[in-house]
Design a protein around this ligand. Structure first.
Ligand code: AVJ
Length: 321
């Protein structure tokens, strides 16, 4: 008998659905439990994972470009997926030095991460208006309500998190964000750019094994939260990059035939040796493709802010009048 969908957590429902498909799939959004967050911090410290450093370089110097577009009017700085907020502090520092008037409203699923951001901001800038909103991006945006246009919005969508969506889904996501904005409001999105495939593969295959541990943690999480019995000694992390499509994809591969029982789902899944579970897409784009996405989502692409190596862009878009 199958566990009835109503008694399952959203994680359980998604795992059941994903593993029941002809091509088994697990969604990378479930990577980020407590252990996953800690492992992702390790990845961000790997020299091969160039994305974090490249975006920090951009954030360190992009304030003038943003303030120029905001014309000195007071605004709300809304951040989708704040993480530990360290990059954004680089920006806040410059905004305050330039005398900008704004409130900082980070949104994140992770309550612990938000509490840390609150403490850091409170210590450094006790007078800065601050509102942490815990939840799913769109739940949280719903709570903020639609922009009235009386106070400008600058939405940050950093970290190449958009890359975890397939390109079509990404456009729909950006369109949905636009639904919460008014004419003149700004969106700054981090996109990882197409580059030497060797550089990309190395970023998702660090020699210390942090990325492998991060991906395999999803099977651990199923074992912990859904009473699964994945034998982690028989699963491997495998990364691919297709330079024709720009998709970096990660898979979990069983090195021998596996039978896995997940008690919370009342299900046993069988995997043939080397039958992959697809877990993550980290889509890479060209500047042209990004401009096409802006148009498809009905934004005006104002400019690309890039790191010196041209590995990454934070693309600045405006809602047209
Ligand atoms: C947090 C989604 C930007 O796709 O590069 C890092 C997650 N996965 N290493 C990415 C990740 C493997 C990361 N994002």
């Amino acid at each position: 008998m199958t566990a009835s969908a109503t008694t399952l957590t959203p994680f359980g429902q998604d795992v059941l659905q994903g593993l029941s498909q002809p091509q088994p799939t697990l969604n990378s959004k479930w990577f980020y439990d407590e252990r996953g967050n800690a492992l992702f911090q390790q990845i961000m410290r790997c020299p091969e994972y160039y994305l974090t450093g490249a975006e920090a370089e951009i954030y360190r110097s992009c304030a003038p470009a943003l303030l120029e577009e905001l014309d000195g009017a007071p605004f709300d700085l809304i951040e989708l997926g704040a993480g530990d907020g360290s990059k954004t502090q680089l920006l806040i520092e410059q905004f305050l030095a330039a005398g900008a008037r704004f409130a900082y409203r980070p949104i994140d699923l992770n309550a612990a991460a938000l509490a840390e951001v609150r403490d850091l901001i409170g210590l450094r800038w006790p007078k800065l208006e601050f509102q942490a909103i815990q939840g799913d991006y769109f739940e949280a945006l719903d709570r903020l309500g639609r922009s009235t246009g009386s106070r400008r919005r600058l939405v940050l969508f950093p970290g190449a998190n958009i890359g975890n969506f397939h390109p079509g889904e990404a456009v729909r996501m950006l369109e949905r964000i636009r639904g919460f904005l008014a004419a003149g409001d700004l969106l700054l999105t981090g996109f990882d750019l197409k580059k030497d495939p060797a550089v990309i593969l190395a970023a998702y295959n660090d020699p210390t094994g942090h990325t492998a541990a991060f991906n395999l943690n999803l099977l651990h999480r199923i074992n912990r939260e859904l009473e699964g019995n994945f034998d982690l000694d028989h699963w491997r992390h495998w990364e691919t990059y297709n330079p024709a499509t720009g998709a970096a994809c990660s898979y979990l591969l069983p090195t021998s035939a596996q039978e896995v029982t997940i008690r919370a789902l009342n299900q046993t899944f069988t995997f043939r040796a080397w039958q992959a579970i697809a877990v993550e897409i980290s889509q890479k784009y060209s500047l042209r493709e990004i401009e096409g996405m802006a148009e498809a989502a009905q934004f005006t692409c104002l400019r690309h802010l890039q790191d010196a190596r041209g590995y990454f862009t934070d693309s600045l878009w405006r809602v047209p009048t």
